[in-house]
Design a protein around this ligand. Structure first.
Ligand SMILES: [Mn+2]
Length: 286
């Protein structure tokens, strides 16, 4: 038995979660994953009860993630947008609890893809922290942890590094707010992989183990030994996960800028990637 819990993002098989895609839960189990990461982008289509039932039947856990949009931006310039952001985050937290999950994460602090006219001033940090604090307090009663995923500069202006995610976490100052790293983004933003992983490890709630080109882990330039060395040193025993955008629709390919194939298929990426990562886990966890 390994010590890490491996999630697979449902985007490996669909770009739109609904009750028509519940079979993904069984597929994830068949692949040997410990959790399914359910996307909450289209929250109105997420029906928690059948998801919970299917996951219980398959003996697999659930976590959730999203990215805020222009109309639900916690850093939005007007009060109404920030209020809509808080309302949306609460919907996501409620759905997570209703399906039996305890981790909700992603770009929870701002609209994904937003560009501003200069470097972000204090007001953006204050807005994000203010909304996240209220969301986190709501989540406490439901037993849900809220994650802050650091993503690259082309996709957000606010949280690009592990250090910045920690900074926002400290500003929110609620015990159920944690950090979420993603190796694809780290490859663009960090100096190395070992140091930020080690520094964030005590505060992690999730780690997307994505390769530098979003293909199969182990076939790009991410320093996987550095990541696992740090995770093993910190004795992190939480959730890590795979994201593949290989086999979905043209719209999904465009949204994730996957303009060419990086692996044979999502299934191949997941099988090869999971086996590669579990080998590393054996090497670095005593
Ligand atoms: Mn990610």
């Amino acid at each position: 038995m390994g010590q890490l819990k491996y999630a697979v993002h449902a985007y490996a098989w669909t770009n739109s979660w609904s009750n028509d895609t519940l079979d993904i839960i069984d597929k994830a189990k068949a692949h040997g994953f410990d959790l399914v990461e359910v996307p909450l982008m289209e929250i109105d289509k997420v029906d928690a009860a059948p998801i919970k039932e299917r996951a219980l039947a398959a003996d697999i856990e659930l976590c959730t993630s999203t990215a805020c949009s222009k109309t639900t931006d916690p850093t939005g310039d007007d009060e109404a947008t920030r209020a809509a952001g808080l309302h949306y985050l609460k919907q996501c937290i409620k759905a997570t609890a209703d399906m039996g999950g305890s981790v909700f994460t992603g770009v929870t602090y701002s609209e994904i893809g937003r560009k501003i006219t200069g470097r972000p001033g204090e007001e953006y940090w204050d807005r994000a922290a203010g909304v996240l604090k209220q969301a986190a307090q709501y989540a406490q009663d439901l037993g849900v942890t809220v994650g802050i995923e650091a993503i690259n500069r082309y996709e957000t202006f606010l949280i690009n590094t592990g250090d910045q995610a920690l900074e926002l976490m400290h500003r929110v100052d609620e015990p159920n707010v944690k950090v979420h790293l993603d190796a694809y983004h780290m490859n663009i933003e960090e100096h190395d992989f070992y140091s930020p992983t080690l520094k964030c490890a005590p505060h992690l709630c999730h780690y997307h183990l994505s390769e530098s080109h979003r293909g199969t882990p182990g076939t790009g330039v991410v320093d996987w030994d550095g990541i696992y060395h740090a995770l093993g040193t910190a004795n992190y025993t939480g959730i890590v996960g795979l994201e593949s955008f290989e086999s979905v629709s043209p719209a999904m390919a465009a949204a994730t800028c996957m303009w060419r194939s990086l692996s044979e298929s999502s299934d191949a990426l997941l099988a090869d990637g999971l086996s590669y990562l579990k080998t590393l886990e054996k090497k670095y966890y005593a």
